[in-house]
Design a protein around this ligand. Structure first.
Ligand SMILES: [Zn+2]
Length: 238
């Protein structure tokens, strides 16, 4: 279940740990591709901006594992992972999206967090599965991994051509499509289920379609070049 915090961030009730911070921004936080807006958000959370790591996303399934204190380029990266090794390490990972799907991952037991971005190409190339695989390589067990699927363009609005509907239906099952649209979260859940993630460890709010709710969210399909921006989903250790 998602709740909106007093600071206008969407948050999932899946995360109860006081040591993990997370949220999904809305239009009121501005375009998060803009560094000034990211700095303001981090400041409001009481976290130094240099602790926030974001990728230069290219609709790939490239994943980078962050090391605390490293000089970080993040080029051509759509997924970030981080394992906390020391009590004092404060690292926040962010992923941008506007219609695409922002995803947050965490395994409290192994102290691993992740943030990823996937449009239809990323979903098609199993970004969720790849993030889970990397987490397992880093020490996670599938049944300890939790996934938050952030607001994205829903099955109500994501019209695509027949060929793509057919492809998704075959790869992710008939419930991942409607007659004219894709249901990206069903496709992601299919990947997660196949990897052994528990159903109750996945959270989303299907009512939050970015295109239907474009006064609250940025929508790539609906907005013009002038009004376009991106939200950011973030997760970190305080
Ligand atoms: Zn919609």
């Amino acid at each position: 279940m998602f709740k909106k915090s007093s600071s206008g961030l969407y948050q999932s009730t899946l995360i109860q740990s006081p040591s993990i911070i997370h949220g999904i921004t809305t239009r009121e936080h501005g375009n998060m591709q803009d560094e000034t807006n990211r700095d303001a958000l981090m400041q409001s959370l009481g976290i130094s901006s240099d602790r926030l790591y974001v990728g230069k996303q290219i609709h790939s399934t490239n994943i980078q594992i962050i090391t605390f204190g490293d000089e970080y380029a993040g080029a051509n990266t759509d997924g970030l992972l981080y394992k906390k090794e020391d009590e004092h390490e404060c690292v926040v990972l962010g992923a941008f999206a506007a219609d695409c799907v922002p995803m947050l991952f965490f395994d409290e037991k192994q102290q691993i967090i992740g943030a990823a971005h996937a449009g239809w190409t990323g979903v098609w190339h199993h970004m969720a599965k790849r993030m889970i695989e990397r987490m397992i390589e880093m020490g996670s067990s599938a049944h300890d991994i939790h996934i938050i699927i952030g607001p994205h363009i829903g099955k109500c609005c994501y019209t695509v051509d027949d060929a793509r509907i057919k492809k998704f239906s075959i790869a992710f099952g008939p419930s991942s499509v409607t007659e004219k649209t894709l249901n990206l979260s069903v496709a992601i859940r299919t990947d997660a289920r196949r990897m052994g993630i528990l159903e109750e460890h996945i959270d989303e709010n299907e009512a939050l379609c970015t295109s239907c709710n474009d006064s609250e969210f940025y929508s790539y399909r609906k907005l013009t070049k002038e009004t376009f921006g991106e939200m950011m989903a973030f997760i970190g250790f305080k």
